[in-house]
Design a protein around this ligand. Sequence first.
Ligand code: FEO
Length: 164
Amino acid sequence: MIEKTVQDALNEQINKELFSSYLYLSMAAWFEEKNLPGFANWMRVQADEEREHAMKIYDHILERGGRVALKAIEAPKSDWASPLEAAEEVAAHEAKVTASIHALYELALKEKDYPSQVMLQWFVSEQVEEEKNAAEIVAQLKMIEARESAVLMLDHRLSKRQGE
Ligand code: FEO
């Protein structure tokens, strides 16, 4: 039987994973709107993965004889200034999720809940991957931006040309 403290914290995490799914689905729609179907595809796949994360925890609570209590999912943002801003939000969001998983792991250690520790180890590794993926997209978008500013710099230099 799962301890109530761990069960309640896991129920909170289900909500966070479902919110993540909602957030990425919202970003998918935004990218679709901006005619960037590749980014939209990445976000849709990410949204599906987040739902799977929620279900892993959901199943764990049930397997341990606990109670799943679903809470209201906050509405996500629906607009971003640029693809970079959206990617930076993914990175910041994943950092928050990592902190939340680590706090859960600490609680499972404190409560000597070994099955939850094993289940959460998967999430600890997954978050390393999630943060790496988000950081890569942010870095690559920054490279693209840098290139655009290089073109602007060249444009500025060319504007200095005067007739003979
Ligand atoms: Fe389920 Fe993106 O963390």
